[in-house]
Design a protein around this ligand. Sequence first.
Ligand SMILES: *[C@@H]1O[C@H](CO)[C@@H](O)[C@H](O)[C@H]1NC(C)=O
Ligand SMILES: *[C@@H]1O[C@H](CO)[C@@H](O)[C@H](O)[C@H]1NC(C)=O
Ligand SMILES: *[C@@H]1O[C@H](CO)[C@@H](O)[C@H](O)[C@H]1NC(C)=O
Ligand SMILES: *[C@@H]1O[C@H](CO)[C@@H](O)[C@H](O)[C@H]1NC(C)=O
Ligand SMILES: *[C@@H]1O[C@H](CO)[C@@H](O)[C@H](O)[C@H]1NC(C)=O
Ligand SMILES: *[C@@H]1O[C@H](CO)[C@@H](O)[C@H](O)[C@H]1NC(C)=O
Ligand SMILES: *[C@@H]1O[C@H](CO)[C@@H](O)[C@H](O)[C@H]1NC(C)=O
Ligand SMILES: *[C@@H]1O[C@H](CO)[C@@H](O)[C@H](O)[C@H]1NC(C)=O
Ligand SMILES: *[C@@H]1O[C@H](CO)[C@@H](O)[C@H](O)[C@H]1NC(C)=O
Ligand SMILES: *[C@@H]1O[C@H](CO)[C@@H](O)[C@H](O)[C@H]1NC(C)=O
Length: 447
Amino acid sequence: MAAAGRLPSSWALLAPLLAGLALLGVGPVPARALHNVTAELFGAEAWGTLAAFGDLNSDKQTDLFVLREKNDLIVFLADQNAPYFKPKVKISFKNHSALITSVVPGDYDGDSQMDVLLTYFPQNHANNELGAVIFWGQNQTLDPNNMTILNRTFQDQPLIMDFNGDLIPDIFGITNESSQPQILLGGNLSWHPALTTKSKMRIPHSHAFIDLTEDFTADLFLTTLSASSSFQFEIWENLGGNFSVHSILTKPQNMMVVGQSAFADFDGDGQMDHLLPGCEDQNCQRSTIYLLRSGTKQWVPVLQDFNNKGTLWGFVPFVHEERPTEIPIPITLHIGDYNMDGYPDALAILKNTSGSNQQAFLLENVPCNNVSCEEAHRMFKVYWELTDLNQIRDAMVATFFDIYEDGILDIVVLSKGYSKNDFAIHTLKNNFEADAYFVKVIGEYSK
Ligand SMILES: *[C@@H]1O[C@H](CO)[C@@H](O)[C@H](O)[C@H]1NC(C)=O
Ligand SMILES: *[C@@H]1O[C@H](CO)[C@@H](O)[C@H](O)[C@H]1NC(C)=O
Ligand SMILES: *[C@@H]1O[C@H](CO)[C@@H](O)[C@H](O)[C@H]1NC(C)=O
Ligand SMILES: *[C@@H]1O[C@H](CO)[C@@H](O)[C@H](O)[C@H]1NC(C)=O
Ligand SMILES: *[C@@H]1O[C@H](CO)[C@@H](O)[C@H](O)[C@H]1NC(C)=O
Ligand SMILES: *[C@@H]1O[C@H](CO)[C@@H](O)[C@H](O)[C@H]1NC(C)=O
Ligand SMILES: *[C@@H]1O[C@H](CO)[C@@H](O)[C@H](O)[C@H]1NC(C)=O
Ligand SMILES: *[C@@H]1O[C@H](CO)[C@@H](O)[C@H](O)[C@H]1NC(C)=O
Ligand SMILES: *[C@@H]1O[C@H](CO)[C@@H](O)[C@H](O)[C@H]1NC(C)=O
Ligand SMILES: *[C@@H]1O[C@H](CO)[C@@H](O)[C@H](O)[C@H]1NC(C)=O
């Protein structure tokens, strides 16, 4: 069991991730008010890009990995006293990097100390390849002087996975040495060819390492381009560490802007389904979320109506820049069972298609009430007017996080407006009324 702790128990906020907490099925409970707890959590330090979560100092409490001023990583350690997260560990990578683009905590050498992988745009670098560096954890902290800069660059953010099944995270991606994907094995940090595929990878990818063939072994899900440059999805089945193509699927036909894939057991049948947000036009005036249920080949819309009281909302299309000055943020759904009804809900960032504001919205997973989603049995319902959430203007990222580690998912939102390069951090406690919840559980059992 101890070895399991080496895998990223943490996760990257800006990458696709899984959070389907399968809890007791207790029937739908309406979303209740959120409570702003930013000050008690952060004091005056609520700014930066909250990029990942993980337990750096092995105290069994989740710490926060925050990027600031493009090149600083600050780890906020969980504390018993308010503010409950304090900036304690700092690494500056200014001398090497023009912009840090991601943080993935994990034990990359298998010594039971959490390390940190950073990807970055190197200083004075002509192409748009990403550099990667690992800062080594020691004595429950990070040593800013003890790092390994990887001797290959990446075309896109690498995927962290356990390629060889040794419970040490490995680093997967297309590097500058080959057009075939490579794997850097954690432990001895040796490079190996990973797969023989002719497909080009989509950038930004939304690859995932997840069991999609129901054999209790994580498979490799890849977002690629077909020979005719159309977006497609490949599942590579993991057979004892050898990966072979299991299936290839095309995107929904009328989807023009394709967002990041997310995985969750949407219909509660115990198997992972594929959720895909996107738009049917380049400007995202017609946004949509499709579902591909496990074992089927048909995309079913589970949210199409983005109108509220005369305002049409839509996803924020991704703009590809050669040398971005901010961390690029693709269309992403962050999944979590917010109301503990056993069905995964989601958070999404939508913009006012005729204005400039963008906000975070909670999408609740509810029974389907329309012919369009019949096949899926479920659909998303948008909470258009959730107080506190809709007071945050220019929201950029919203994700679920169990701040108080009580099994109830709270919400973290990053918004523009703190300073030119940094976001403001907002934390909203999910005010789940415990009494009402337990009444519901009892009611359900006594049926
Ligand atoms: C939440 O509280 C913080 C700190 O007191 C404040 O700066 C922020 O504006 C509040 N956010 C909302 C949405 O009320
Ligand atoms: C960064 O570069 C400056 C000037 O070249 C140097 O003085 C400093 O020691 C370097 N810092 C690190 C952490 O390497
Ligand atoms: C580890 O940290 C402790 C307390 O912070 C310190 O006493 C000890 O010398 C450190 N050990 C090493 C090897 O740095
Ligand atoms: C750097 O970290 C590695 C891995 O934790 C460790 O083995 C090594 O002794 C460290 N080097 C220094 C100079 O502290
Ligand atoms: C990269 O570093 C590894 C050792 O970490 C070494 O074996 C390999 O030859 C290096 N590759 C290149 C291209 O320098
Ligand atoms: C790949 O990138 C590394 C690190 O920047 C560099 O040392 C190496 O020469 C590059 N290899 C090729 C084939 O360009
Ligand atoms: C590194 O370890 C892997 C398995 O953990 C092994 O297959 C590989 O040969 C090792 N490479 C080197 C250079 O030691
Ligand atoms: C995986 O592939 C290697 C090399 O082709 C082969 O030796 C090994 O038996 C395969 N393992 C499984 C479980 O299929
Ligand atoms: C959306 O933008 C339009 C144009 O600026 C504005 O009239 C409308 O009130 C906005 N809707 C909302 C809900 O803010
Ligand atoms: C209901 O289904 C129709 C036909 O597929 C579709 O046009 C409409 O947008 C759906 N309504 C909602 C609320 O999703």
